[in-house]
Design a protein around this ligand. Structure first.
Ligand code: AMP
Ligand code: MG
Length: 315
C-alpha cells in the first residue's frame, strides 16, 4: 500500500529511509509532484519506469540540493554557471555533460553522456534531498501519458499501490514542468516550462533556440551514445550462433543474462551494464544475440532500447 506522509521532519525521515531501501516516494516540488527514486540505484530507477508504465527509457531529471552538489555530477561551462546563478533553485533543468566516472545509474541518463539536473526550490523537496543525502531521479508522478500531478491526491489517483509513499505538501505553485535547456552547442529549449524563454534570454544576453534540437535523444543515431555497443545485435534469439555472445532472459540461459528469473524490472536494471559487458566479450566487430523479452511491463521499454541499439548506425 502507498503511505500518505506529511511534510514533517518525522515523515521526511521515513521517506528518506524508503528511498535508501530503493523504494519510490512521490514528493512536491514547485513545478509538479515528482516520483523520486535513488538515482544511483539501477533497481530504483527501473522501478520508476515500471511504476509509470513508460514504454521507453527516456532520460530522467536528477534532482539535487545545490549547485555544489550538481558540480559533482556534471560539467558546468560559463553559460551553465550564469543560468544556475540566475535561476537555481527554481523551475529550470540544465542538460550538461556528465562528469565521469559517474555514480548515477546509466538508466537515469538512458546511457547518454549528458545529464539533466534541477535544483528544486520547494522546501519539502529540499528537506527530502537533505535527509536522503544523494541524487533523486524524479519524473512527474503520474502514469505515462497522463496529466502531471499538482496535488498529492492526483498522485494517488494514478499510482496508489504502485509506489511506497507520497508526501503531501499541498498544491504546486508553478503547476507546469521545468523548462529544459541544453547549452551545447548553443542554448536551446528542449521543453518549454515554468521558466519563460524571455527570462533565459535576459540572463544569457542572447537568443535561445526553442524546439527541435540535436541534443534531444530521439533517433537511433542520436541514441548511439557511449553505451551503444560496437558489436552487431540479433534480437529474439533462442540459441547462440557460432561466435555470438548470447544474452539470456528467463529460460534462455545465455553467456550473460538480463534476469535469470525472467523479471522485467531486474532486466531493465541490468540492461545498460549487460550491453556494455556483452560488447566487451564480443570484441571488435563482434556479434551479440539477445533472448526474447516479452512485450509486457518494462519488457516494452527494454525491446524499444534493443531495437534502437540493433538499428543501422550513422542515421
Ligand atoms: P521528465 O523527467 O518526465 O520530466 O522528462 C525529462 C525530460 O528531460 C525528457 O523530455 C527528456 O527527453 C529530457 N532529458 C533528460 N535528460 C536529457 C539529456 N541528457 N539530454 C536531452 N534531454 C534530456
Ligand atoms: Mg511527465
Amino acid at each position: 500500500m502507498t503511505e500518505l506522509l506529511a511534510p514533517t521532519p518525522h515523515d521526511i525521515d521515513r521517506a528518506a529511509s524508503l528511498l535508501r531501501a530503493g523504494q519510490l516516494v512521490a514528493f512536491p516540488t514547485e513545478t509538479v509532484y515528482g516520483l523520486g527514486g535513488d538515482a544511483t540505484s539501477d533497481l530504483a530507477v527501473a522501478r520508476i519506469f515500471d511504476a509509470k508504465g513508460r514504454p521507453r527509457f527516456n532520460p530522467l531529471i536528477v534532482h539535487l540540493p545545490s549547485l555544489a552538489a550538481a558540480e559533482t555530477y556534471a560539467v558546468f561551462n560559463p553559460a551553465a554557471r550564469a543560468l544556475a546563478a540566475a535561476f537555481w533553485p527554481g523551475p529550470l533543468t540544465l542538460v550538461l555533460p556528465l562528469k565521469e566516472p559517474s555514480r548515477l545509474s546509466p538508466l537515469v541518463t538512458a546511457g547518454l553522456d549528458t545529464v539533466a539536473i534541477r535544483i528544486p526550490a520547494h522546501p519539502v523537496a529540499q528537506a527530502l534531498l537533505a535527509a536522503f543525502g544523494g541524487p533523486l531521479a524524479a519524473p512527474s508522478a503520474n502514469p505515462s501519458g497522463r496529466v502531471s500531478p499538482t496535488r498529492a491526491f492526483h498522485v494517488t489517483d494514478g499510482l496508489a499501490g504502485r509506489i511506497a509513499a507520497v508526501i503531501d505538501g499541498g498544491p504546486c505553485a508553478v503547476g507546469v514542468e521545468s523548462t529544459i535547456v541544453a547549452l551545447d552547442p548553443a542554448p536551446a529549449i528542449l521543453r518549454p516550462g515554468g521558466l519563460p524563454v524571455e527570462a533565459l534570454e535576459a540572463a544569457l544576453g542572447k537568443p535561445v533556440l526553442v524546439g527541435g534540437n540535436a541534443a534531444r535523444p530521439t533517433s537511433p543515431g542520436q541514441l548511439a551514445s557511449h553505451y551503444a555497443p560496437s558489436a552487431s545485435l540479433r534480437l529474439n534469439a533462442e540459441t547462440a550462433r557460432q561466435g555470438e555472445v548470447l544474452v539470456g532472459f528467463g529460460a534462455v540461459k545465455g553467456d550473460l543474462t538480463l534476469s535469470a528469473t525472467g523479471d522485467p524490472v531486474e532486466a531493465a536494471a541490468a540492461l545498460f551494464h549487460t550491453l556494455r559487458e556483452a560488447d566487451l566479450r564480443a570484441g571488435p566487430h563482434g556479434q551479440i544475440a539477445f533472448a526474447p523479452v516479452p512485450e509486457t511491463g518494462l519488457g516494452r521499454a527494454i525491446n524499444d532500447r534493443l531495437r534502437r541499439a540493433a538499428a543501422p548506425r550513422g542515421v
